[in-house]
Design a protein around this ligand. Sequence first.
Ligand code: FAD
Length: 542
Amino acid sequence: MGDGSVKTGPAQQADELDVLIVGAGFSGLYQLDRLRDLGFKVKIFEAAPELGGTWYWNCYPGARVDSHCPVYQFAHKDLWRNFEFSELYPSWEEMRRYFQYVDEALGLSRDIVYNARVAAAHYDDEARRWTVTTEAGDTVRARYVSLCVGFTKPYFPPIEGLEGFAGPCHHTAEWPQEGLDFTGKRVGVIGTGASGVQIVQSAAPVAESLTVFQRTPIMCLPMPQRQLSSGDEAFQARLSESLASRDKCFGGFDFDFIEASYFDASPEDREALFERLWADGGFSFWLRTYPEVLMDETANRHAYTFWRDKIRTLIDDPQKRDLLAPMEPPHPFGVKRPSLQQTYWEAMNRDTVSIVNLRETPIERITDKAVVTAAGEHPLDVLVLATGSDAVTGAINDIDIRGTGEKTLKETWAQGVRTHLGVAVAGFPNLLFSYGPQAPTAFANGPSSAEYQGEHLVQLLKTLKDRGLDRIEATHEAEDSWNAMGKEIVNASLFPKADSWYMGANIPGKPREMLVFTGGLPLYLAQFQASADAGYSGFRLG
Ligand code: FAD
């Protein structure tokens, strides 16, 4: 691990599996270990040469987790007992060290085929087997396929001339493993989502100049980063409590919205709460606040104003101030994913850092040495595409998936996603998803989703096995009611009011719909449990 070497495993010779998992991030790794323990013959096909998923691909300077580490790790098999993070918000380097530790502790790599990007999965209903083919042409047959492919399809904006840029030009999710030094360079960053923020923080202090191409200002919250001292027993002792609380909290963290109404609180109480949440840092101001902040325009506007006023005091230049924290909100607070910042505002104050407002002066084209907007040329040595991903469905739709009907899965979802419980689709028997559409996914801390949703899937497969069954398929009726429930919940919130990647709005032509279940992890798990208790209602078992 860590040397970029190609690894192969015994699955390349094996042609019959109980379960083929696609993807070796948190989701796939959890299922591999659990299913293996239960006696399933199971392997992972992974496109990368290493495990770690997100943290293999996103190795750009400054890439860092913004879930705090007590919850951003496995509770599984008490793995937390023997790994100490050095920072509260770990870097990508530390996440790689963590996955190496997990690999060694559980012996995962012996059942992972690396450098194996799955290109197609076709189902034979008579044989009740999926035939899965990699880009290299290797095939494997499996009774079940579990897609754990994450958000790994980077989005490249269709800008004229992008291919012709002469200097280094990389998407943050396909960063060169050998790294890239910004020192003394004229750096351009397109995009100000979470990755854009982290790149800006890293490039600004060393670059000769940094040009940030911004469409929408990001509502960053303070990251309360701190070093963790080795052998801090009190910290380690709290871990088990933190990990155990995740399935009871909306976002899969160890904290939740407060049980008080914004409208019952006095103005002084509201202000005091906001101040306290701000001082706590992290996602507190987003997910530990009054529930109405994400539901009601008045409460939300108050949160925005509070955020705006905090940030405006930090920005020296009046023009930058208006671009970064405008008086009028560009969209409601918190309905696009906030990011955590350490030195973003400081970086933006530097004379060497300029902001190009893409709303006023969109990018017209890219030449070999510059980004050209309506306002003129911005000469650059390095171009960073912090343009996000075709999130939630992109990596799934990249695979040619054929079930029992005429249409591929991508075609089935062309007008909008349909699933039951965010894990299965009618017409695609024995195909399961994790961290995918219509599940808590991006609204749940990643490892929490991997373990809690993953365990439901493991139990489902175990039940089938125990009962001597070998086929499961979502029903159309169950899809209808899951879709209706998801829509009802999201329509009561402010989420549809922003053009976010949650809504599929960052990808031209993608249906505009909430891709994620917004009812929170506890409600989602309760719904899954209710289905299981009723003999997996909403699924046809065979
Ligand atoms: P991933 O970790 O994305 O793993 C998916 C794997 O599938 C990848 O290894 C990929 O190579 C593989 N794959 C995809 N397609 C194929 C194919 N066709 N064939 C073979 N293999 C394939 N979440 C949080 O909760 N907190 C955070 O702070 C946080 N920070 C993030 C920061 C960044 C920069 C990014 C990009 C994401 C972040 N996330 C965060 C979300 C993060 O993706 C999840 O936390 C978590 O990693 C999801 O795990 P996963 O196993 O479901 O998917």
